[in-house]
Design a protein. Structure first.
Length: 103
């Protein structure tokens, strides 16, 4: 009977450790959030790529907890505004941080 309780306690401890290991913190994403952010990043990159007026190779996209950061060098203010507009229109984007610079 003690063996069964010990095995049960070990199982519960392992389960708790795995749940806590996947949890997010203010500076680190959880597993589910990481996957969601990867999907958002891919959608934003595809949307920017499909915009013929933008050079997608010059715009970097990173996502953390739904906040998308755009960086890189673009030709003009219109390119910045268009990239921001496209990014905001992507489903799942909570906020957009603009770190793009003019050439």
């Amino acid at each position: 009977m003690k063996i069964i309780k010990l095995i049960g306690a070990i199982f519960v401890a392992i389960a708790m450790a795995s749940v806590v290991g996947c949890a997010s913190t203010p500076t680190q994403e959880g597993t589910g959030e990481y996957v969601d952010d990867a999907v958002i990043t891919t959608k934003v990159k595809a949307a920017i790529f499909n915009e013929p007026t933008l050079k997608s190779s010059e715009i970097n996209v990173e996502t953390f907890k739904g906040t998308v950061q755009l960086s890189g060098f673009v030709s003009g203010k219109n390119d910045i505004n268009k990239a921001l507009e496209i990014t905001r229109s992507v489903k799942g984007v909570a906020a957009v941080k603009n770190d793009m610079r003019l050439k």
